[in-house]
Ligand binder design. Structure first.
Ligand code: 13P
Length: 246
């Protein structure tokens, strides 16, 4: 059986004081019988790394450059994240695709450079409400994942995939367990065509996951944990989601 993974995506939230409180509470609430990580804003990574050293909670970033170094003002390179012990980096979050124009190919390049430096990319895919209503969900997520499979080849087995329907992010409107499972099964089938190790890969669900819906979602056959936004900002809420995965 695949071990569950719960990742908090703090997005652009937090402060040094708030982070210290949140992490202290989380450390006291764990450990859990699941892998747990937090993906935090760049300026806090060093401090979070110090705080979580030796703990059962891993840490990571929310984005990275597609380049290893050079004249890319404002960007952060994967080797820099590696220096601070990041295990994960989220790539292709829908907020980056929508607000920063990230293409499927850029997302694939980011996943490639993350793997090259031994970070685990968490590759996000997901359809908008208009795409779901237009019955485009399957085509959209397949296209998004296919770009990454094409770029990584058999190394696709080393990524974590996160299905995050855009209409469920920050809206309080969660995909039903059936809706999510249907897409996860589709993604796993696509992965199976690319690697023999698809059954060992984790496919996370993200979009308004909370303490009261996590257990039902995580009970689905192909849902291997969650990528948690809002509920990762309060220790009690995040700890409850981690418990649901345990
Ligand atoms: P919410 O849990 O706030 O809906 O956010 C989900 C998400 O975007 C995680 O990456």
């Amino acid at each position: 059986m695949r071990r569950k993974l719960v990742v908090g995506n703090w997005k652009m939230n937090g402060s040094r004081v708030a982070n210290a409180d949140l992490l202290a509470e989380l450390k006291a609430a764990g450990p859990w019988n699941a892998d747990v990580a937090v993906c935090v804003p760049f300026p806090y990574i060093g401090e979070v790394a110090l705080s979580l050293q030796g703990e059962a909670i891993a840490w990571g970033a929310q984005d990275c450059s597609a380049h290893a170094s050079g004249a890319y003002t404002g960007e952060v390179a994967v080797p820099m994240l590696a220096e601070f012990g990041c295990r994960y980096v989220i790539v292709g979050h829908s907020e980056r695709r929508a607000l920063h124009g990230e293409s499927d190919q850029i997302v694939a390049e980011k996943a490639r450079i993350a793997l090259a430096h031994k970070l685990v990319p968490i590759v996000c895919v997901g359809e908008t409400l208009a795409e779901r209503e237009g019955e485009q969900t399957d085509a959209v997520v397949k296209r998004q994942l296919s770009a990454v499979i094409h770029t990584l080849g058999h190394c696709i087995s080393q990524v974590v995939v996160a299905y995050e329907p855009v209409w469920a992010i920050g809206t309080g409107r969660t995909a039903t367990p059936d809706q999510a499972q249907a897409v996860h099964a589709l993604l796993r089938k696509q992965l199976k065509a690319a690697t023999e190790r698809a059954d060992d890969m984790k496919i996370l669900y993200g979009g308004s996951v909370k303490a009261d819906n996590a257990a039902q979602l995580f009970a689905e056959a192909d849902i291997d944990g969650g990528l948690i936004g809002g509920a990762s900002l309060k220790a009690a809420d995040f700890a409850a989601v981690c418990r649901a995965a345990s």
